[in-house]
Ligand binder design. Structure first.
Ligand code: 4UW
Length: 544
């Protein structure tokens, strides 16, 4: 760990003035504009058309919170797990839970039972919210959770014999329940991230962390204000609410700004295109692989995108080339393409490009948000960098930094040092106007279409396969996905293992994007340093 804490000249402070962070819960912040737009749509499913106004959303969240405490019998601080695709009821479920003082952990609904079980066991989930399609999986998972109470089914029937409650029925009862007071320092959500090393871990984000990031992103240089004047804006996204980007940056900021959020439960080119045509969104939230799809798909034309005034990309690098390609497709120059950088551990945004066209800079991930500072540390000599255009490991400080990893002080200490700097494991430089550029990633993390893949998680599964002696997983570059996982395997001398048998062994155990689409390579030994740590850089240059 870096023991050099920087000097006044090496700390890059935000170019913006510090802001004050409201001392309140996330739900109370995002629904604070209660008299505005009560009759306007807050969230709509782009496939089914199911929609909730701001007024209904607010009322159902209040009822939902009361039901979770009253009828379900959960207590403040209890963990509740969501296994849900992007449906409008996601907003109601997650905000009901947070405003009841519960801590929410959310999983990808396409995860396998094993993947969700590992996550939910590690934080002690007491109740699961899901949909009829995933109810059986949820019930199987619930059997492996100690002190489990009830499963809440959205859009489905109750089943008292299996402790299944219907969400609709819960919301019908207008209980008088004294809701616990939510303390802004309480943990609101526990998303999962592998951080710089090791398997995925629960990231403790408090109400304060989330509130800070919403307010930081709403600074007038990063968003057009005031949000409530003029016609309501429409935001379209397919990015998942079970990732911090979809949850805090998209869902919560759209609610806070009174925008109409359109979402679809699963990406298909047809549904995406039909939402562009039907809803004429002002704003799109994307990851680079989706931007590439929009830029290159022959059926998407400039006409389809004619309503779009702003596109925000994040979660993986969007190069200048990609942005130029998309601009070419648009065939006009009045749409701003912004990029943001951040991590689950930072709620997530730390940098964003300003939203005015003349200030955005293609290829840059932006400037530091207000109340955020950075340092760059030279990886070869551990010294702080004090000049523009020189790259080093990026360190971040600000009110959006997580409280730590759940039940894992060791991993927390390895990530946030004694001075409060979070070591990102990304390599960056800044230019003379303090715009940052991410150039490399030194941590193990692999990103497939913006999704996290932990090499450690895949390695521990592959190691269980008979005949495997040792294994290392790395990401290899891919034009479409950004990166793809590739395994290097050492096998027992006479083991009957093939590239295919190893891929097939992993396949049923993980969600599709974690498959070994980058291939399997057999080698004699995994390169390790004296401490036994895999030297992944050496494998990166190992050709196929
Ligand atoms: N350029 C290069 C980028 C970039 C990047 C992230 O899954 P996590 O933990 O978190 C995220 C967060 C996404 C996000 C943050 C801020 C923002 O404004 C926005 O949208 C506008 C989205 O994905 O993965 C964190 C890791 O992902 C990489 C980087 O390695 C980081 O540590 N990453 N954004 N613009 N790389």
């Amino acid at each position: 760990k870096n023991k050099n804490y920087g000097t006044a000249s090496s700390v890059v402070k935000s170019t913006y003035e510090d802001i004050s962070i409201p001392n309140q819960s996330v739900t109370s912040l995002v629904l604070s504009q209660k008299d505005h737009r009560a009759e306007s749509p807050a969230v709509t499913c782009g496939v089914s058309g199911r929609s909730y106004t701001f007024g209904m959303t607010r009322m159902l969240i209040e009822r939902g919170a009361a039901a979770l405490i009253g009828q379900v019998g959960l207590k403040p601080g209890d963990r509740i797990g969501l296994i849900l695709p992007n449906i409008p009821e996601y907003v109601i479920a997650i905000h009901s839970a947070m405003s009841a003082g519960l801590t929410v952990t959310f999983a990808n609904p396409l995860y396998t039972e094993e993947e969700i079980t590992r996550q939910f066991q590690s934080v002690g989930v007491k109740s699961i919210v899901t949909i009829p399609l995933l109810l059986e999986t949820a019930l199987q998972i619930s059997k492996k959770l100690p002190n489990y109470t009830q499963t809440i089914n959205i859009g489905g029937e109750p089943d008292p014999g299996k402790n299944v409650l219907s969400m609709q029925a819960l919301l019908m009862d207008n209980d008088e329940v004294d809701l616990p007071k939510v303390n802004p320092t309480d943990i609101a959500v526990l998303p999962y991230s592998s951080g710089t090393t090791g398997p995925p871990k629960g990231v403790m984000l408090t109400h304060q962390n989330l509130v800070a990031n919403i307010v930081q992103c709403s600074h007038h240089d990063f968003n057009d204000l005031p949000a409530f004047e003029g016609p309501q804006k429409t935001v379209f996204t397919v990015l998942p609410f079970f990732h911090i980007y979809g949850f805090n940056t998209i869902m919560n900021i759209s609610l806070y700004r009174g925008e109409h959020l359109i979402t679809i439960p699963r990406f298909t080119p047809e549904d995406y295109l039909s939402c562009l045509i039907k809803y004429k969104p002002d704003t799109l939230f994307v990851v680079p692989s989706l931007l590439l799809f929009l830029a290159s798909h022959p059926e998407i034309t400039a006409d389809h995108l004619s309503s779009v005034k702003r596109v925000l990309s994040g979660a993986a690098p969007a190069t200048k080339n990609l942005i130029d390609k998309f601009t070419e497709k648009l065939n006009r120059d009045d749409c701003v393409i912004n990029q943001g950088y951040g991590m689950t551990e930072t709620s997530p945004v730390t940098m964003l490009t300003p939203f005015r066209i003349e200030q955005s800079k293609a290829g840059s991930c932006g400037r530091l948000l207000p109340s955020t500072s950075a340092r760059l540390v030279d990886q070869t000599n551990g010294q702080d960098i004090t000049v523009p255009y020189k790259s080093g490991e990026l360190l971040i400080k600000g009110p959006q930094l997580m409280k730590g990893y759940f039940n894992n002080p060791k991993a927390t200490d390895e990530t946030i040092d004694e001075e409060g700097w979070l070591h990102t494991g990304d390599v960056a430089y800044y230019d003379d106007a303090e715009y940052f550029f991410i150039v490399d990633r030194t941590k193990e993390l692999i990103k497939v279409k913006g999704n996290q893949v932990s090499p450690t998680e895949l390695e521990s599964i592959i190691l269980e396969m008979p005949g495997v002696v040792d294994v290392a997983v790395i990401g290899i570059p891919d034009t479409l996905a950004g990166e793809l996982p590739r395994a290097f395997v050492v096998k027992q001398p006479n083991a009957d293992l093939t590239e295919e048998s190893i891929s097939n062994y992993l396949k049923p155990k993980v969600v599709a994007y974690k498959n070994l689409a980058g291939g399997v390579i057999f080698i004699n030994a995994i390169p390790r340093n004296a401490a036994g740590k895999i030297m992944r850089q050496e494998l990166k240059v190992f050709g196929k």
